[in-house]
Each structure stands twice: as structure tokens, then as C-alpha cells.
Design a protein around this ligand. Sequence first.
Ligand SMILES: NC(=O)c1ccc[n+]([C@@H]2O[C@H](COP(=O)([O-])OP(=O)(O)OC[C@H]3O[C@@H](n4cnc5c(N)ncnc54)[C@H](O)[C@@H]3O)[C@@H](O)[C@H]2O)c1
Length: 269
Amino acid sequence: MPAPRTVLLTGAAGGLGTLMRGLLPAYGYELRLFDVHPVDGEPDAITADLADTDALREAVRGVDAIIHLAGISLESTFDKILRANIQGTYNLYEAARAEGVARTVFASSNHAVGFTPRPRGDDPLIPVDTPRRPDTYYGLSKCFGEDLAQLYWDLHGLETVSVRIGSCFAEPSTVRMLSVWLSPEDCARLFHAALTAENVGHTVVYGSSANTRLWWDLTSARALGYEPQDDSEQYAEKLVAAQGPLDPARPDHAYLGGQFITDPPRWPH
Ligand SMILES: NC(=O)c1ccc[n+]([C@@H]2O[C@H](COP(=O)([O-])OP(=O)(O)OC[C@H]3O[C@@H](n4cnc5c(N)ncnc54)[C@H](O)[C@@H]3O)[C@@H](O)[C@H]2O)c1
């Protein structure tokens, strides 16, 4: 596959979309932007819902690849998740199939495996093929997206890298995030690797930086050529002093999904 240049970025108005709009052009990509909300300062962005199949078809026409970030990014009702994340992702893949877009990077989530106990002590890191244990309807929709990506590879030959993103913010803000943090710069490195690696079929990777306190195995991400440069450890002393260490007796500290296990933050719309 020739290296993609034109990339459709769905969810371009969101937190991660905004970070990637800043960082990905330096890798040589021309971004076409898509979101249900207008994108600040980007009058050419496509403002449409993932439910709008005609708009999606037009949005994917002629692009070399897709980065699919759009959707509900927190817990919500099943009906809302069904519409935005499940039907919406299906609509996007159907458009990609119809227009022959060869490669997608799918923003999956650690919440697809959120009910997996986190490693402690000398426990091995969590592999990508650990059984899925979603912690929310949100996490369940990410399991669906991964399976849809597998189906579209097996059935139609469309390639996807599903990235189980940890927490992508400028800085980690909790002790849990010391283990799952993905710096924005490393996220751009990972997306670039996912867009350019050869023969990915459907590959599942975890998305985090090279954190000292890492919980999951980055082998499949590194196999794409991803070389994370950041480590959350520089924030550890301050965060642990303020919040205390993780308490294994607390479910939100004992499982990968953190707060999503006990009290998931809810989509406000
Ligand atoms: N930020 C993280 O740390 C993180 C972690 C794990 C997974 N993810 C995933 O990455 C993606 C982006 O995350 P984020 O933090 O930027 O979320 P966000 O909520 O800030 O952005 C999501 C964007 O999707 C758009 N959107 C929602 N429903 C839509 C629809 N039906 N049609 C079109 N657009 C729609 C929203 O308007 C929003 O701009 C999400 O899929 C999320 O689940 C993010």
C-alpha cells in the first residue's frame, strides 16, 4: 500500500481530534475533517452526523485512509451508544468499502477490556488477546468496532489498526493515568505508524506511552514501527503525594477500567 496522504479525521472537533489536527500535518498528511459539531477555525470541515450515510460516502471519497475518532466517548444509554458508536461505525465502514478506502485507524479503548484485573507486582503485562471484558456500553461498542474491523478485513480486505487508547491528554491527572497515559505526541507517532505499516490486516494494539508503570503489552504497537518517546513517571511523585497510591481493595483501582468500573463519567448530551 502506498503511504497515505489524504486522511479523513472523524471526530475532528473533539479533544483528541483537536490534538491530532495540531500534530498530524507535520507527518505530511492532508486532513479532511468531519464532526457533528463545527470545527473551530476550520470552515471547510464537514459538519455531519455519522447517521448521514450520504455525507459519509462523500466524506470518504478520494481519501487514502481514515482515522475514526467520532462517537460517544463516555458512558451513555444503550440507545445513544447504539446510534453513534455501533450504527455510526458500521455506516463509516460501509462508506469506506463502497469507496475503496484501504486503511482505517479505529479509536478503540481500554474500556473494551476494562473489567480485566490490572497487573500487580511481577504479574505479566496484559496482552492484546486477553478476553474482552467491557466495563460499560461504551466499552461494548468498542468491542463491536474491533469485530467489525476484523469482519471487513476478512470479508472485504479493508485494513484496520484498532488502537485501545488509554488516556490521551497533555498530562496525566490521576495515579491510574500514570499507567495508561498516551502523550499527544506519542499518539500522533502511533497513528502515523498505524497508517503506514505494511500488511496490518486487522491489528489490535494498546495505545500508551512508554510508561514505567505500564499495565499492557505494547509489542503489537511496536511491531507497526511505533516507538513511544514519553513516560508518565515524571508526574508520579506529585500525583502519588496528592492522591496516595492505588488501593487494590478498591474496584476502581483494581481493574484496568478505573472509574468506569464503579461510576463511569456520563456523556452530557
Ligand atoms: N481521549 C482519550 O483518552 C480516549 C481514550 C480512549 C478512547 N478514546 C476514543 O477516541 C475518540 C476521541 O476521543 P475524544 O476524547 O476526543 O472524545 P470527544 O468526546 O472529545 O470527541 C468525540 C467527537 O465525536 C463527535 N461525535 C460524537 N457523535 C458523533 C456523531 N454521531 N457523528 C459525528 N460526530 C460525532 C463529537 O462531536 C466530538 O467532537 C473516541 O472514539 C473515544 O472513544 C479516547
